[in-house]
Design a protein around this ligand. Structure first.
Ligand code: ATP
Length: 478
C-alpha cells in the first residue's frame, strides 16, 4: 500500500475514535493525572505551593509550546499581512492610564463577614444559581440586592452576612528604581494587547504594511483575580495569544464576523469537537466596543471562555494618540484619505486552551483482552512527543534503536523506552499521547524494516527505516 493511502485510512479511523470514545474526567482528577505524569505541577510545591500558580512539566511544556505553534501557523504564518512581535511585559505607566486599566480594571468583590472569604460577585451569582442567572449587565448595587434578596449563602460557612459589592483592582503593581525613596510604580501587564497598540506605528513603518494588517503576540499576562480556580482555568499568571487586525472603518464588522468563526475553526482543527464549543455573544458591551463574542468550551464544570473576539473601533489608537501625542493616522496609498484604523481583536488563552485539549484528549478504554488503558488522543501536531522508539529486546536491539532514535530526533521530539515489557511501554507511550511507537526487532537488523503502532487504533504497519521520517511528517501535519 502507498504511504498516502495508508495515511488516509488510518486518519479516518482515528477521527472516528476521537468522537466515539470520549470519557469525562473531573477537574480534580485531571489535576492529579497531570501531576502524576508530568503535564502540570502545583507551583512552588516543595514549599507547600503558591495558590493558583502552576508549573508545566516535561509533557505540559511541550504540549503548550506545540499549541502556541499551532496558533502561530494559523494566525501568523497562513494569514497574509500578519506580523508577530514580542513586546515587554513592563510598559510605561501612561500606557495603562491611556488604556483605562488604572481607572477601571476592577472586578466586583464581595466578602463574607463571618468567614472572611472573598468572592467575585458576578461569578458568585452565576455559581449560586447553577448558571441560570447571569450578572452580566447588572450594576454593583443590583448584584448586592440580588445576593441579599435571594438569601444566597456563603458556600464556605453557610452564613448570609456579606459586605457591599465593591471594586477590586486586578492590576499587579511592582516598583522600579534602586533606592527606596525614588521607586516608581509600574505594572505587570494584565493583557498583551497594549503591546500591539503601542507598536502599531513601528510595525506600519518598518514593514510598510497596508491595511488590513494584523499584529499578534504570545506572552504572559498577570491579573490579581479575586477567585482564581478550576485548576489552570483562572490563574493570576497566564499566557495569551493576542491578534489585533487594523482595518478601515466600515470594514470592521466584516472582520469581526470573520475572526469569530476563524477562532472557532482553529479550536476544531486542533481537536476540540464542534458539539462542545459555542459562541457567547456579549449582552452588555463596554461603551467603545461595537461587538464582542467569546468561544466557550464545555469543561466538566460548565461552559468557560477560551477566546474573545472584539470590535474595539478606533478607541485604543485614539486614546494612545491623546496620551502619547503621536498621530495614529493611516494614509490610504490609493485615495490619500487619512483616518485612524479600527481594531478587531481575537485573543486565545493558552492555558485554558491547553486545559480543554487535555480534557478532550483523555480516554480510558477497555481493550479486547479485558484490560484497560489510559490514552491521551492529542492531535499529532500538538502531542508532546511524535514517536517513541522501543527496542524489542534491550540487549539485542538497543544499538540499532539508538541509531534510529538519533536520526528521527533531528526531525521531531522523539521518546525512547527500553525498560519493561513491550505492553507496559505502549501504555506509557499512550499516557504521554505519543501518536506513534516504533518497535525495533530482528527484522530491523536483517531487513531494515520497523513496525509502527498507531496510538489510537493500536494497528501496526511495517515500513522501511528510511520511510519513517516521511510517514510521520505527513501524519503530524496541521
Ligand atoms: P473572564 O471573563 O473569564 O475573566 P476575560 O473576558 O476577562 O475572561 P479577556 O480579557 O478577553 O478575558 O482575555 C482573553 C483570554 O485570556 C480569555 O479568553 C482567556 O482564555 C484568557 N484569560 C483571561 N483571564 C485569565 C485567567 N485569569 N487565567 C487564565 N486565562 C485567562
Amino acid at each position: 500500500m502507498l504511504i498516502g493511502e495508508l495515511i488516509s485510512r488510518v486518519e479516518t479511523q482515528q477521527r472516528k475514535e476521537w468522537v466515539t470514545n470520549m470519557k469525562n474526567m473531573t477537574i480534580e482528577a485531571m489535576a492529579t493525572f497531570c501531576r502524576q505524569y508530568g503535564y502540570i505541577y502545583q507551583g512552588s510545591e516543595i514549599y507547600g505551593g503558591l495558590a493558583n500558580t502552576w508549573d508545566y512539566g516535561p509533557l505540559g511544556a511541550r504540549l503548550k509550546s506545540n499549541f502556541k505553534d499551532a496558533w502561530r501557523k494559523r494566525f501568523i504564518q497562513e494569514r497574509p499581512n500578519s506580523f508577530e512581535i514580542d513586546a515587554s511585559i513592563l510598559m510605561h505607566p501612561r500606557v495603562w492610564e491611556a488604556s483605562g486599566h488604572v481607572s477601571s480594571f476592577h472586578d466586583p468583590k464581595i466578602d463574607c463577614k463571618h468567614c472572611k472569604t472573598r468572592f467575585r460577585a458576578d461569578n458568585f451569582i452565576s455559581e449560586a444559581t447553577d448558571g441560570k442567572v447571569s450578572a452580566e449587565g447588572m450594576s454593583y448595587k443590583e448584584m448586592q440586592d440580588f445576593i441579599r434578596d435571594n438569601h444566597i449563602k456563603c458556600p464556605v460557612c453557610g452564613k448570609t452576612d456579606f459586605t457591599d459589592v465593591r471594586q477590586f483592582s486586578q492590576m499587579f503593581e511592582t516598583y522600579r528604581g534602586t533606592l527606596n525613596d525614588n521607586k516608581s510604580v509600574i505594572y505587570l501587564r494584565p493583557e498583551n494587547a497594549q503591546g500591539e497598540y503601542v507598536n502599531y506605528l513601528n510595525v506600519l513603518r518598518s514593514t510598510r504594511a497596508k491595511l488590513p494588517f494584523s499584529i499578534g503576540q504570545v506572552g504572559k499576562a498577570f491579573r490579581n483575580e479575586i477567585t482564581p480556580g478550576n485548576f489552570t482555568f483562572r490563574t493570576i499568571e497566564f499566557e495569551q495569544m493576542e491578534f489585533q487586525t487594523f482595518c478601515k472603518p466600515g470594514t470592521d464588522l466584516q472582520w469581526y464576523e470573520y475572526f469569530k468563526k476563524y477562532a472557532k475553526k482553529f479550536y476544531m482543527d486542533i481537536g476540540l469537537p464542534k458539539e462542545k464549543l459555542r459562541f457567547h455573544d456579549h449582552e452588555k458591551l463596554v461603551f467603545y466596543a461595537k461587538a464582542a463574542c467569546d468561544v466557550e468550551y464545555e469543561f466538566p464544570f460548565g461552559f468557560g471562555e477560551l477566546n474573545g473576539t472584539h470590535d474595539r473601533t478606533d478607541y485604543d489608537l485614539l486614546k494612545h494618540q491623546e496620551y502619547s501625542g503621536q498621530k495614529m493616522e493611516y494614509i490610504d496609498p490609493v485615495t490619500n484619505e487619512r483616518f485612524v484604523p479600527y481594531i478587531v481583536e481575537s485573543t486565545v488563552g493558552v492555558d485554558r486552551g491547553v486545559l480543554a485539549l487535555l480534557f478532550e484528549a483523555y480516554h480510558k478504554e477497555e481493550l479486547p483482552d479485558s484490560t484497560t488503558r489510559e490514552v491521551m488522543k492529542f492531535h499529532p501536531f500538538i502531542a508532546p512527543y511524535k514517536v517513541t522508539v522501543l527496542p524489542l529486546i534491550k540487549k539485542r536491539h538497543s544499538v540499532k534503536a539508538t541509531e534510529i532514535y538519533q536520526k528521527l530526533a533531528t526531525a521531531f521530539m522523539v521518546d525512547y523506552d527500553e525498560s519493561g515489557s513491550i505492553g507496559k511501554r505502549y501504555r506509557r507511550s499512550d499516557i504521554k499521547g505519543t501518536p506513534f511507537a516504533i518497535t525495533v526487532d530482528d527484522e530491523t537488523i536483517c531487513n531494515g524494516t520497523v513496525t509502527i503502532r498507531d496510538r489510537d487504533s493500536m494497528e501496526q504497519i511495517t515500513l522501511k527505516v528510511e520511510e519513517v521520517t516521511e510517514y510521520i511528517s505527513q501524519r503530524i501535519k496541521f
